[in-house]
Design a protein around this ligand. Structure first.
Ligand code: BG6
Ligand code: MG
Length: 215
């Protein structure tokens, strides 16, 4: 890339592995409703908002409920999820993330968060990472879920940079599409089969540096 003004990070699955806690909490809800929920099912919830996650889960169990009950269940799941989140420590930051962020800071590249999670601030505080971010946009600030680019465009706007000069880091297909829809470059974190639309795909941040942003 000719010019990199900012890097925008998704949170869950990029900075920290929260999928395992989401899984425990969703599974416990499914079990209470009388059906099972597998780790494979959990893959379908990556990058998806809380209420859409619940819809997918209820679809798996073939359970139909009214809106008020759905809201109550989503709240219940979140309460359970928060019990795990509130025990998280900075040790859970995924390997290489902080080193890469330090490189960005040393080179004057701005850092933003672009996450669907309404728990993002709690998670960043647990990880003691909040101060690394020049801008934070999370599920409490947007009305359109990824693949809509709103979350990333808001980040670019807060940083006062052009979308074209931003690189997004994403582990979910909908997130990669959101970056593309926002006219941004994207690094996929995970498997090339799922994230093939990204400019490059890497398994994680270990050994990753700005030198690899040469697309
Ligand atoms: C995304 C996760 O980052 O946030 C999804 O990948 C999750 O799995 C979504 O459903 C919403 O999270 P929360 O914390 O607001 O329930
Ligand atoms: Mg993610």
């Amino acid at each position: 890339m000719e010019k990199i003004s900012a890097c925008i990070f998704d949170l869950d699955g990029v900075v920290v592995d929260t999928a395992k806690y989401h899984y425990i909490a969703w599974k416990s809800l499914a079990n209470e409703l009388g059906f099972d929920f597998t780790e494979e099912d959990n893959e379908r919830l990556k990058g998806v908002s809380r209420m859409t996650s619940l819809e997918i889960l209820l679809g798996i169990g073939e359970v139909e409920l009214d809106e008020a009950t759905k809201l109550k269940l989503a709240e219940k799941k979140n309460k359970n999820y928060l019990e795990y989140i509130l025990k998280m420590t900075p040790d859970e930051i995924l390997p290489g993330v902080k080193e890469f962020m330090n490189e960005l800071r040393s080179k004057g590249v701005k850092i933003a968060l672009g996450s669907a999670s309404k728990n993002a601030m709690t998670i960043l505080n647990q990880l003691e990472l909040t101060n690394y971010f020049d801008a934070i946009v999370d599920g409490t600030h947007v009305s359109n879920a990824k693949p809509d680019p709103e979350v990333f465009l808001k980040g670019a706007k807060l940083l006062k940079v052009d979308p074209i000069d931003c690189v997004v880091f994403e582990d979910a297909e909908a997130g990669v599409e959101a970056a593309i829809n926002g006219n941004m470059k994207c690094v996929g974190i995970g498997s090339p089969e799922v994230l093939g639309k990204a400019n490059i795909v890497v398994p994680g941040f270990v050994g990753f540096s700005m030198a690899q942003l040469n697309f």
